[in-house]
Design a protein around this ligand. Structure first.
Ligand code: IMP
Length: 444
């Protein structure tokens, strides 16, 4: 038995879906623990592309239990649409479970998210406009609607009669937008409740029982460490905790059941939306990183926005190791670097104000603002890695590149992905049963 958390170790879009898909094969239960329809996970199976926003990609395997956990925010309209798209393609939904206590993204959350972004001007976050921030804000202010409320007509009606007029004041007076009608929202969301009812249950109890039966559980993070509400590049973050700690609160489990934490990083780096990105390449290199590898086109799965691209940043990597307690790394999209003459890796930042050099960050906002990356330059390998299936198949320069990253982060690289297909994967060491990482010293 092993219970494993897979987290994004960068700014999201690290290729977690492919790693989760790989590990799901041996999992009994796959759990999403935070976020909502802002996520966009792509898995390619036998040339068929599947895109997931809310539903764990574990549904691709028959017989797995796939959980949408209590820490998630679920837009029922998006859920019903996504599920229909998957079942129409023949996928089995019999193992799908939705937490009764997950919060519901309501239509006013979507409207407020979009209007708030518009009104922010220079303070824009670049959200996915999927209502994530406003849904979590209502959860925290104890004004949220939970999935279980959609199943109880009286409770839903009561909450809507109280909440919708309040939201309408915000929409009409602050943003000059049309109000929502209580009756229409009630009818529509009660109907979603009916469609979702068969999946709704106490998912934490399902996970707890599975632990006792010594089953394998995979906790699938969405977004990434640097988008974490508490530990990311605030305020340019999402409103949940994608980092490993979030798996416990977001799934309703205790930390003692976790055996492993696997961090997923691209071999370079991308970011969608606003916020600091010290190694961002705005010129030809950035464009090449975005364009290379047609199958990997670097646009957001949810929003279609072009991703900002740059070089691998070991400062951010070390930070992700610390925040998540990573045991090992999965490096994705190595093949995107195949044609580059030179590849750079950021090994530290020089402070533009005082010239001091930082290898580890403590306060993301301030240190990012003044950070000038210090690069180590690697000669490119200039040959395709997409057919490589073992570490020794990789060109020597690519091996050196991976070893360098592992050395800088002091974490082994267990998995390397060299293309979008399932078989375009190199397992260097067993990510689940390989040697457990031993903390040799504390970074400072
Ligand atoms: P929100 O989660 O829609 O509120 O967006 C907040 C920030 O997180 C924005 O910069 C988004 O671009 C970013 N973000 C949210 N979800 C994802 C994702 O799945 N991948 C990458 N970035 C994301």
């Amino acid at each position: 038995m092993a219970n494993v958390i897979v987290v994004g170790a960068q700014f999201g879009d690290e290729g977690k879906a492919k790693v989760t898909d790989l590990l799901s094969r041996n999992a009994d239960i796959v759990v999403r623990y935070q976020g909502g329809a802002n996520a966009g996970h792509t898995v390619v199976v036998d040339g068929d592309t599947f895109k997931f926003h809310l539903i764990p990609s574990g549904i691709l395997y028959k017989g797995k239990t796939c959980v949408l956990g209590p820490g998630m925010v679920i837009d029922p309209k998006a859920f019903v649409k996504e599920l229909k798209g998957l079942t129409d393609r023949g996928l089995d939904d019999s193992g799908l479970k939705v937490s009764n206590t997950a919060h519901v993204t309501m239509p006013y959350h979507l409207a407020i998210d979009a209007a708030d972004e518009e009104s922010r001007g220079d303070h824009k976050i670049g959200t996915t406009k999927r209502g994530i921030g406003p849904t979590y804000a209502d959860k925290c202010s104890r004004s949220g609607i939970r999935i279980e409320d959609l199943l109880d007509a009286k409770v839903l009606r009561g909450k809507l009669e109280w909440l919708v007029p309040k939201k309408n004041i915000i929409l009409e007076r602050l943003y000059n937008l049309p109000p929502f009608d209580v009756d229409a929202v009630y009818e529509e969301y009660l109907d979603y409740g009916k469609q979702m009812a068969k999946y709704v249950c106490d998912t934490s109890a399902i996970i707890f029982n599975a632990v006792q039966e010594r089953k394998n559980i995979l906790f699938e993070g969405a977004q990434g460490t640097l988008l974490d509400l508490d530990h990311g590049s605030y305020p340019y973050v999402t409103s949940s905790n994608p980092s490993a700690g979030g798996a416990c609160t977001g799934a309703g489990i205790g930390p003692t059941i976790i055996d492993r934490v696997i961090g997923v990083s691209k071999a370079f780096m991308t970011r969608v939306g606003e916020g600091p990105f010290p190694t961002e390449q705005e010129g030809k290199i950035g464009e090449d990183l975005r364009q290379v590898g047609k199958a990997w086109a670097e646009v957001g799965v949810t929003t279609g926005r072009p991703r900002r691209c740059g070089w691998f940043d070991t400062v951010i990597g070390r930070y992700a190791v610390r925040i998540n307690g990573l045991d090992c790394l999965a490096i994705t999209k190595l093949d995107v670097l195949d044609e580059f003459d030179e590849i750079q890796v950021c090994v530290g930042y020089r402070n533009k104000q005082n010239g001091s050099i930082i290898k580890n960050i403590s306060s993301l906002a301030g240190e990012f603002r003044d950070a000038e990356p210090i690069y180590e330059t690697f000669k490119g390998w200039k040959e395709s890695t997409s057919q490589c299936r073992s570490f020794k198949d990789l060109p020597k320069q690519a091996q050196r590149y991976l070893d360098f990253i592992a050395g800088e982060l002091e974490v082994p690289v267990a998995i390397v992905s060299v293309g979008p297909m399932r078989d375009q994967t190199i397992i260097i060491e067993d990510p689940i049963h390989g040697p457990k990482r031993v903390l040799t010293h504390v970074n400072n």
